[in-house]
Design a protein around this ligand. Structure first.
Ligand SMILES: [Zn+2]
Length: 310
């Protein structure tokens, strides 16, 4: 509860700061507040770290929120064996599909799991414990919830199917091949969803920190440039302050498995978070307006999609 109150107090401060002396439009403050409330509730229920008892609570919370929007949530459980580590992880991707009959589909994904270890924490004593994952995990999840809410109120364009995927197992043991497990499973086994393969897509990850700066992630630029061009054009038109149309780093993330299948899925990410994989990746380091801006840009990208020849 203490954390909850603190987050609400800081939300007020963040709103004031971002309005002061700023240029250009800002995100809808009602949206920013709603998204921060979701983030707070997810962090309070979590962290959704593998092997920790809080993880099923977060999954239940996500399903409840989506069902309250009148949406049907599909669950895709899978298991990953890591014999050399003596570990076996049971994981679950969640998916909400709009216009499931549409052959032309777009994917928007984020990982809902939180890293079970704070490997990068400066204090070695704190590295073995999970952390809030407010930016790394929760922020992208909250963008998906906001998109779900918007699309439940006004469906995607005629002939355009949208699959919102909450990937599990993005975070795996350090120095092993066991990462991005949910996206690898679903990209390899998309047939189990019963909907057509996506034609293109976006991943949102680490999109909530104060000072958020999204550049053109390297692999996306090379293999999903068409998607990035559309996103940055929308960001420019909207005056989105957290998008900088410049080359970014190459990041391995949930888009890679789709790129390897030849599907242009771009990654919207800001990896330069000083709190990345540390105990300081907390709610109070989130900027609700940054998250809202990302949701608004991605929502407009979805609304601009058209089926081929449409
Ligand atoms: Zn991470």
């Amino acid at each position: 509860m203490r954390r909850l109150l603190l987050a609400v107090a800081l939300l007020g401060a963040a709103c004031t700061n971002s309005r002061a002396g700023q240029v250009g439009p800002i995100s809808d403050p009602v949206r920013a507040r709603r998204m921060m409330e979701w983030a707070t509730r997810i962090v309070e229920a979590g962290p959704a770290a593998q092997g920790h008892p809080e993880k099923p609570r977060v999954q239940a919370l996500l399903k409840r929120e989506l069902r309250e929007m009148g949406l049907e949530v599909s669950q895709y459980p899978f298991t990953v064996d890591m014999p050399e580590l003596g570990m076996r992880w049971d994981l679950v991707n969640l998916m909400v599909s709009f216009r499931p009959e549409a052959k032309h589909r777009i994917l928007v994904g984020a990982h809902w799991d939180i890293r079970p270890w704070a490997d990068e924490d400066p204090d070695p004593a704190r590295r073995s414990l999970p952390f809030d994952g407010a930016n790394d995990g929760v922020s992208g999840t909250v963008v998906l919830l906001e998109l779900a809410r918007e699309l439940s109120r006004e469906p995607p364009p005629e002939g355009v199917g949208v699959d919102l995927v909450f990937f599990d197992g993005e975070e795996g043991p350090k120095d092993t091949p066991y990462h991005y497990l949910g996206s690898k499973d679903l990209a390899a086994n998309w047939a189990k969803t019963g909907v057509a393969l996506p034609a293109r897509g976006l991943i949102v990850d680490m999109v909530g920190r104060k000072g958020l700066t999204i550049r053109r992630e390297g692999f996306s630029q090379e293999r999903a440039r068409v998607v990035l061009d559309e996103v940055f054009a929308i960001a420019r038109k909207k005056g989105a302050r957290h998008f900088v149309d410049a080359p970014g780093k190459h990041i391995l993330d949930d888009h890679i498995a789709f790129l390897q299948r030849g599907i242009p899925v771009a990654n919207l990410i800001d990896i330069d978070d000083p709190n990345w994989h540390t105990q300081d990746d907390r709610l109070e380091n989130l900027d609700p307006h940054a998250m809202a801006e990302v949701a608004e840009v991605v929502l407009e990208w979805i609304r601009n999609q058209r089926p081929p020849g449409g």
